[in-house]
Design a protein around this ligand. Structure first.
Ligand code: AMP
Length: 429
């Protein structure tokens, strides 16, 4: 089960769900709502827009599907028409959502269908003609059918955008925007994304009205999500290597860690002298100077912030692309905290560490803590003179981040796109 943001242990029956939905949830074998379900279901039932930062495996599908079905059920009209549209990046996800709707809606008189590309569209069109309440679709096929007037979205009341960041990665955002333009003024929009890159934030700002934000704890720890490399180097060459590291890749926002305040000052000066906009933050700097440095870093005026561990505590800057450990920390846990400054919220980050001869033991402790070897980069300009062998460690595995809730296998009778489906009783079409 994923970690939660609150410690309440309320069950499903405290979330405002109807008897029919609760029954389906019980039959699915769910006992406790996951954190995202607990946080999202009440506001969605109250008609609020929602910005959900959650990965697959957190129970996010039920977090939107349960209240969505309940809202549609309460407003059911005589002529069936698409009243909710769920946009997803892939056919697999579309299919899974379709199955979840079958499971959760099995005691309701609601219909849904799933449409995606790569398969014949005939059966999908037939389903649409028979009238459905919820349409789950990938943007491309939906636009195709929209363009040929095979689907009518004029009565959509709720839009769900699932895995928005994947849509972005797959280049679907223009299609998503086109679909959104074809919708009437909606009553409610729910947007889910595992990460919140700038473009998704902008999309959310344009789409959501006064949204409730819900987030689940990150699923993977920085140890999994951050690319890590170590450079063996003599102490005297660390400064040169740092300049190389900062020069060779466009490191747009880099946090350099130094064990000492003086070290941090010296590094900041070195970088400044070489035309790299940098500033140091540590305990000897006034609050004003620290705030100015942070602001400059946030706005992108400073490319590099050089920090001691204490100064970096609580530092909350999004979009740090690289962490460079000029010194390795003597506490291995500190290493994990340091690298966690990049690759936040699922974005990829890079952590580069310099390790001189005296720091080999620190490295061994770190590798032992994180349960793996850190990849060593050999082909750099300043290999260590003595060339001592890389330390051999037997990694001790540590529990990583959270994991997906161990729910029952998804139910659902049919295959996606193979007909209008509703779980449980069949009703006349
Ligand atoms: P999702 O993150 O929506 O892909 O869901 C991940 C898995 O968790 C699915 O197999 C769901 O059936 C299952 N699941 C969702 N909510 C719960 C819950 N409250 N209790 C147990 N399993 C759940």
């Amino acid at each position: 089960m994923a970690e939660g943001s609150s410690s309440s242990s309320s069950g499903f029956d405290e979330l405002g769900l109807s008897a029919s939905i609760l029954r389906a949830v019980r039959e699915a074998g769910y006992v406790q709502p996951t954190p995202i379900q607990r946080d999202a279901i009440p506001p969605v039932l109250a008609g609020r827009d929602l910005l959900g930062c959650a990965q697959t495996g957190t129970g996010k599908t039920a977090a939107f599907a349960l209240p969505l079905l309940q809202l549609l059920d309460a407003r059911v009209g005589d002529d069936p028409c698409v009243r909710a549209l769920v946009l997803t990046p892939t056919r697999e996800l579309a299919a899974q959502i379709g199955e979840s709707l079958s499971t959760y809606g099995r005691h309701l008189e609601l219909w849904h269908t799933v449409i995606f590309g790569g398969v014949s569209e005939g059966p999908q069109i037939q389903e649409l003609r028979r009238g459905i309440d919820v349409l789950v679709a990938t943007p491309g096929r939906l636009l195709d059918l929209l363009g040929r007037k095979q689907v009518n979205l004029d009565r959509v009341e709720v839009l769900v955008l699932d895995e928005a960041d994947r849509m972005l990665d797959m280049g679907f955002l223009p299609d998503v925007r086109r679909v959104v333009q074809a919708l009437p003024r909606r009553q409610q929009t729910l947007l889910f994304s595992a990460t919140m890159p700038e473009e998704i934030r902008r999309l959310a700002q344009g789409l959501l009205r006064d949204p409730v934000s819900v987030a689940t704890a990150r699923i993977s720890s920085p140890v999994e999500s951050v690319e890590q490399q170590v450079y063996f180097v003599d102490k005297v060459n660390k400064r040169r290597l740092l300049l190389d590291l900062l020069g060779d890749v466009a490191k747009r926002r880099t946090l350099v860690f130094s064990r000492t305040k003086h070290g941090a000052n010296r590094i900041a000066k070195l970088l400044d002298d070489h035309g790299i906009r940098a500033s140091a933050i540590h305990g000897n700097k006034s609050q004003g100077a620290r705030t100015r440095a942070l602001e400059g870093f946030r706005r992108g005026e400073l490319a590099v912030l050089v920090a001691t561990d204490l100064a970096a505590r609580g530092l909350d800057v999004d979009g740090i692309t690289h962490v460079i450990n000029f010194d390795l920390p003597n506490e291995p846990e500190t290493y994990v905290h340091r690298i966690g400054r990049t690759g936040r919220a699922g974005a990829t980050g890079v952590a580069l560490s310099m390790c001189d001869h005296e720091e080999r033991d620190y490295l061994r402790d770190i590798e032992s803590l994180i349960g793996r070897r850190i990849e060593a980069v050999d082909d750099h300009a300043y290999p260590p003179s003595g060339q001592p062998p890389a330390p051999a460690v037997a990694p001790r595995p540590r529990a990583g981040g959270g994991r997906a809730p161990a729910g029952p296998a998804r139910r659902g009778s049919g295959r996606p796109g193979r007909g209008r489906r509703r779980g449980g009783r069949r009703s006349p079409s």
